[in-house]
Ligand binder design. Sequence first.
Ligand SMILES: [Zn+2]
Length: 151
Amino acid sequence: MLVMDDKAEVLTTTDRAFHSERQTFPEPSIVRLSYYVKVPYEARVALNRRAVFVRDGHRCQYCNAPAENLDHVVPRSKGGAHTWENVVAACRPCNARKMDHFLHETNMRLRRPPRAPRERIWILAAVGSVRSDWEPYLRAETAAYAPSLSA
Ligand SMILES: [Zn+2]
């Protein structure tokens, strides 16, 4: 464990604890790495349905109705990539209406340009909620992406 190896420092803890045979450790809530350990992978969040829905607040990015599908803004059949910048949550009617058209061939508009999410959204996708004691450590700019955390 990083904390036991002195590679990391516990900044805040939860009210739970881990127990070993001889010792009790408070459960860390926030841990700061004491030195650069290793970036585990390219700092892009994995694209999946749940994460896209969380990013988009479970709303259709064309009409704001509850989203049910993923839509490729540039259709896959026309070379559109399966990337954060080209995938949005969409309701079934919008998804069906758009079909294999380019956006400019329709009268539909995106409510905001799709972007790769930052760390907050990664946390949401990974653990489902952001603890209040994590807030000061998250960049303010990510707050714009925080939907009501009903997800
Ligand atoms: Zn829609």
